[in-house]
Design a protein around this ligand. Structure first.
Ligand SMILES: [Fe+2]
Length: 384
């Protein structure tokens, strides 16, 4: 960060990370601090996501095309993984319907599970994961089952796609060799984040901060309604001085409680693009991409799986240590990307399904944080 006038004349330093860094604005006095004073535990990371699907064979075909490795497969379970050592990225259990169940977070240490169980009245049980481990099962205020796990065994690292050697300007790193990124599935390295929609955004936000010790990187608010508080948060794990993903969980207020998308890191831009060509050639539907986000800065490309769940390939995301305060910005469609094609109607969910219409009616009638002003604000944000 460059030296400011205040430094030069000895005025107390009132800079925040928002000048020159990740967001133009910080909080106003009295706004949500974006972290809990005394959380029960601090989770280390998002471990995996749990889904249910009727057809595991079909799920496996897409998983391989999208770039997952198979960690384990039985008649009733499909565990997907990335190339990095650690836990699997996703488990798909065979079930009657195709649905998202919930996220599993990784506890920093085994003792955290006891602490969490004591504080919530839950119990520590054997985790249903290859290699074994322990888990505590919770329910977040939106109704998602949230699992906190401590795994006995880590999956070993697998070979991965190497980043391409790039020539820039006069820095010639590659000579006498042609550039030929392979037209093959991207190779997923790891799970990055999950995005959830909730009717009880404020309650759910506080629950994740108080219970799992997560901290907010960026808040979004509805234009003209900042005084009513934020309606979206990009939330990271608090690993102290160790810089982690800008968000491992993002949540926004909406008429439904549900999965929005999940994101998986790949090697670089060529992996995103060549892997995207591979998916397009096989008839999969691109939802939105390729572009570069604002909050989190990731290069992104969004796809629909055969059950219309949205999954993202990403690379080159921001990494924040615990020192940065939350940024504040208005919610808008134009604020989703620094460059890339315009956000699609598919990505924005702009063609409402009958279920979506039912969600809106139910949300406006029920006890939750949605009301006509907020619904209007969300519609306005989608068009701005
Ligand atoms: Fe994302």
């Amino acid at each position: 960060m460059s030296e400011t006038r205040a430094d030069a004349v000895g005025v107390p330093d009132v800079r925040t990370a928002h000048q020159d860094l990740h967001s133009a604005q910080g909080a106003l006095r009295g706004e949500h601090p974006g972290r809990s004073r005394n959380p029960v535990i601090k989770v280390a990371d998002l471990a995996w996501l749990e889904f249910e699907k009727p057809d595991l064979d079909r799920a496996e075909v897409f998983a391989r095309d999208f770039g997952f490795g198979i960690a384990a497969r039985s008649g009733s379970e499909l565990w997907l993984r990335g190339t990095f050592a650690g836990s699997p990225c996703m488990v798909i259990r065979r079930g009657r319907t195709s649905r998202f169940i919930g996220p599993a977070f990784r506890a920093a240490e085994r003792a955290d599970l006891d602490r969490l169980a004591r504080a919530t009245g839950a119990s520590v049980r054997d985790a249903d994961v290859p290699g074994g481990g322990k888990a505590v099962d919770l329910l977040d205020p939106s109704g998602f089952p949230v699992r906190v796990v401590h795994c006995t065994e880590e999956l070993p690292a697998l070979p991965e796609q190497q980043p391409l050697l790039l020539n820039f300007g006069t820095g010639h790193r590659r000579t006498n060799v042609a550039q030929r990124p392979p037209r093959e599935p991207s190779r997923i390295q790891r799970l990055g984040h999950v995005v959830l929609e909730t009717r009880v955004f404020g309650r759910a936000l506080d629950w994740y901060l108080d219970t799992l010790g997560m901290i907010v990187s960026d808040f979004l608010f509805l234009d003209g309604q900042r005084g009513r508080g934020p309606t979206m948060a990009f939330i990271r794990c608090d690993q102290g001085g160790r810089a982690v993903d800008h968000h491992t969980l993002a949540m926004h207020l909406g008429p439904g409680n549900g999965y929005v998308h999940s994101a998986y890191q790949v090697t670089d831009l060529d992996s995103i693009a060549a892997g995207g060509e591979y998916l397009a050639e096989r008839g999969y539907q691109r939802s939105w991409g390729i572009g570069r986000h604002i909050q989190g800065s990731q290069l992104f490309d969004y796809w629909r799986d055969p059950d219309r769940f949205m999954l993202e390939h990403f690379a080159d995301g921001d990494l924040f240590s615990c020192d940065l305060e939350p940024g504040w910005a208005p919610m808008s469609t134009s604020g989703l990307a620094q460059w890339g094609p315009p956000a699609t109607r598919d990505f924005l969910g702009a063609s409402p399904s009958p279920q979506r219409v039912r969600d809106v009616i139910e949300a406006l009638r029920g006890e939750n944080e949605m009301d006509p002003a907020r619904l209007l604000g969300l519609l306005k944000a989608a068009k701005s």
